[in-house]
Design a protein around this ligand. Structure first.
Ligand SMILES: [Zn+2]
Length: 307
């Protein structure tokens, strides 16, 4: 069985302006690199369906769905916040991005794929229950987690987030929900500027100092994430896979390399193999230096493909 690769052309039609870092070229660069490396040949490709209202409303308020639909412009851009814009295709792209996570969960839990990667945008982990923010509209990974719980009857799902920014939207949605363990690593004193105190027992934070490098991440993951994951024994691991902690990415300053993403993925895979039958659903979040994004995601995917 091959790793599933989910995407949709609508994900490249959402744009936020000519110079915006969260651009359609991110997906093209990733796909090109995976083709060149022969990795795409080792995966089964699926077109992402649009997430339904029911699937989205497991983690989002209906009012937010209506508000977003209302803001979609007929042409040009509408502004959600300082950095987050809506174009005529944004809502379609956001529904496909969340739908990819749903389909990926169905494929992996249905035994049709050992693991899956959603090559989608807009990203999701800053989207809270009642509002989008920080380039995000619907919380794709959270929609996938909620689908695994509600539609497949799982009792414990881990959500692992290694984007350089804290997944504050996922925290807003799942803090206090004991069916979910949220592990988040991120650079301190960076957007969204949350403090480092976990809001609930099911949230494990690994804040990292600027310029601390991959070694500090490995230490924090080994000390905080891995014991918590082992205790929780998830039946599925969903990953918010942001690659903006890479040393070539100007969004942050953590200085990670492709080898760090490979190591992290190997740790997640080891836990998935221990308690979840190896089942992993990974959703693209950040990563804005196109070459570094493509190489890092390839390092992540190679571990999944060879699992
Ligand atoms: Zn990010």
């Amino acid at each position: 069985m091959l790793t599933a690769y989910l995407t949709h052309p609508d994900c490249e039609r959402h744009q936020m302006g000519a110079d915006h870092p969260e651009c359609p070229e991110r997906l093209a660069a990733l796909r090109d690199h995976l083709l060149v490396k022969g990795l795409l040949d080792c995966m089964q490709e699926h077109e992402a369906p649009a997430a339904s209202d029911e699937q989205l409303q497991r983690v989002h308020d209906r009012a937010w769905l209506l508000q977003l639909a209302d803001q979609v412009p007929a042409e040009g851009y509408a502004r959600l916040d300082a950095d987050t814009l809506i174009n005529p295709y944004t809502l379609r792209a956001a529904r496909r991005a969340a739908g990819a996570a749903v389909r990926a969960v169905d494929l992996v839990l249905g035994g049709q794929a050992p693991n899956a990667f959603c090559a989608v945008r807009p990203p999701g982990h800053h989207a809270q229950r009642a509002q989008g923010a920080g380039f995000c509209f619907f919380n794709n990974a959270a929609v996938g987690v909620a689908h695994a719980l509600a539609a497949h009857g799982l009792l414990r799902v881990a959500l692992v987030d290694f984007d350089v920014h804290h997944g504050d939207g996922s925290e807003d949605i799942f803090a206090g929900d004991e069916r979910v363990l949220l592990c988040s690593s991120y650079q301190q004193d960076l957007y969204p500027f949350r403090d480092s105190h976990p809001p609930a027992a099911n949230v494990v934070l690994a804040p990292l100092a600027a310029r601390s490098g991959g070694a500090a991440m490995r230490e924090a993951v080994t000390q905080y994430w891995l014991p918590a994951l082992a205790r929780f024994a998830p039946e599925l691991i969903v990953v918010s896979a942001g690659f903006d902690a890479h040393r070539e990415d100007d969004m942050g300053n953590l200085g990670w390399s492709e080898a760090d993403y490979r190591w992290l993925t190997e740790q997640v895979l080891a836990q998935a193999q221990a308690s979840a039958g190896g089942r992993i659903v990974s959703c693209l979040e950040g990563g804005y230096a196109l070459s570094a994004l493509a190489r890092s995601a390839a390092a992540h995917l190679r571990v999944l493909v060879e699992a």
